[in-house]
Design a protein around this ligand. Structure first.
Ligand code: PLP
Length: 400
């Protein structure tokens, strides 16, 4: 009898984590490796947030909290939703989990029955299809072309909806494409959803604060209040406040859904760390200047990476609205052979050869359900980025 459960056969280990680990191992073995594969800010958590955590420890805030999170943090989250998106959620419509990942996991496990369909526009974050599969659901991947900015078009949404559709998963700005939906684009999707009242919307807004130029972030329940009663608005502290290790994700949604997710969390992790929760109150309620400085740095890096990658033969790099990723097309490289004789037959052989020959780690598009591309994370220092882009160009120059 097999040790592992059948449900585990439906999921694959995170490929982004696998590539980061391979890059780390090569580095440890003495190779000069630049990793563009990380999904986390290279900034440190701001000092005022760290200080709040230290104060919480010293004040003895080291016990269990309510499963859904402390009232202080749920109030801070409700105030954040109101301030940023004019969304009214009461503390009982808010829940805190161990990262945005657990919020999404809770929502899917609490609501999906076997065979329920979840529409996932691709390219998508690696974990969405696997979380849906773990929860017995059926991921329905809808590819979104580079010509439409990697964004879901209303006609493609309409075509993907069936009587079995339970959720649409939106992610704006997106990991891996950086694409963010304008209010007008969200409105067009909302019009489709209003015609299908059985479909719920999970919007993962975890990169909300990372948008550039004059882009104005909006979220679907704000654009169409008529959808709020079937929308779960997901967010967290990991990306905006450089707090990936603190494990704070949160959401706002109808009380019935939050109650179901709370029930599930009560029998898995219970509350996330009480200390992290105290730090998150400071992140949300405290000074926000850090965000301006951080986004200015990211915007410069995005512009640098897009312009440098577009000089590499065979690469076509779109300029996205947000997050800290670009998702260049490599169609012009496929079918060629690298300097050391590796045949570039697809995006996976492209990133493997790039790591072996040039010491640059990036993630292949297939990991995000979107072959023919690769993801570059620019959450790394500017000098390393410049060097990495030069190496990518050198690699592409050598393809025959
Ligand atoms: N959603 C997206 C699109 C992400 O890229 C990530 C992390 O990489 C998460 C959610 C989860 O972040 P966390 O669990 O750290 O809050």
């Amino acid at each position: 009898m097999s040790l592992t459960a059948e449900r585990l056969d439906r999921v694959s280990p995170s490929q982004t984590i696998a590539i980061s680990s391979k890059a780390r191992a090569l580095k440890a073995a003495g190779r000069d490796i630049i990793s563009l594969s990380a999904g986390e800010p290279d900034f440190d958590t701001p000092v005022n947030i760290k200080a709040a955590a230290i104060r919480a420890i010293e004040a003895g805030e080291t016990k269990y909290t309510d499963v859904a999170g402390t009232l202080a943090l749920r109030q801070a989250v409700a105030a954040k939703f109101k301030r940023d998106s004019n969304l009214d959620y009461t503390p009982s419509e808010v829940m805190i989990s161990t990262g945005g990942k657990q919020v999404i996991f809770n929502a899917m496990v609490a609501t999906l029955n076997a065979g329920d369909e979840v529409i996932i526009p691709s390219p998508c974050w690696v974990s969405y299809p696997d979380i849906v599969a773990l929860a017995d659901g059926a991921p329905v991947i809808v590819p979104c072309s580079q010509n439409s900015g990697f964004k879901l078009r209303p006609e493609d949404l309409e075509a993907a909806i069936t009587p079995k559709t339970k959720w649409l998963m939106l992610n704006s700005p997106s990991n891996p494409s950086g694409a963010a939906y304008t209010a007008a684009e969200l409105r067009a999707l909302a019009e489709v959803l209003l015609r299908h009242p059985h479909v719920w919307v999970m919007t993962d807004d975890i990169y909300e604060k990372l948008v550039y130029d004059d882009f104005e972030f909006t979220t679907i329940a704000q654009v169409e209040p008529g959808l709020k009663a079937r929308t779960l608005t997901v967010n967290g502290c990991s990306k905006a406040y450089a707090m990936t290790g603190w494990r704070i994700g949160f959401c706002g949604g109808p009380a019935s859904l939050i109650k179901a997710m709370d029930k599930l969390q009560s029998q898995s992790t219970s509350n996330t760390s009480s200390i992290s929760q105290a730090a998150a109150v400071e992140a949300l309620n405290g000074p926000q200047e850090f965000l301006r400085e951080m986004t200015a740095v990211y915007r410069e890096r995005r512009d640098l990476v897009v312009s440098m990658l577009n000089t590499a033969p065979g690469i076509n790099c779109h300029k996205p609205e947000g997050a800290f990723y670009v998702f260049p097309a490599i169609h012009g490289c496929i079918g060629k052979t690298s300097r050391s004789g590796i045949a570039i037959t697809d995006d996976e052989s492209f990133v493997t050869a790039l790591l072996d020959e040039e010491g640059v780690a990036a993630v292949h598009g297939s990991a995000f359900m979107y072959p023919g591309h690769f993801r570059v994370s620019y959450a790394t220092d500017t000098e390393s980025l410049r060097k990495a882009c030069e190496r990518i160009k050198h690699f592409c120059d050598g393809l025959k």
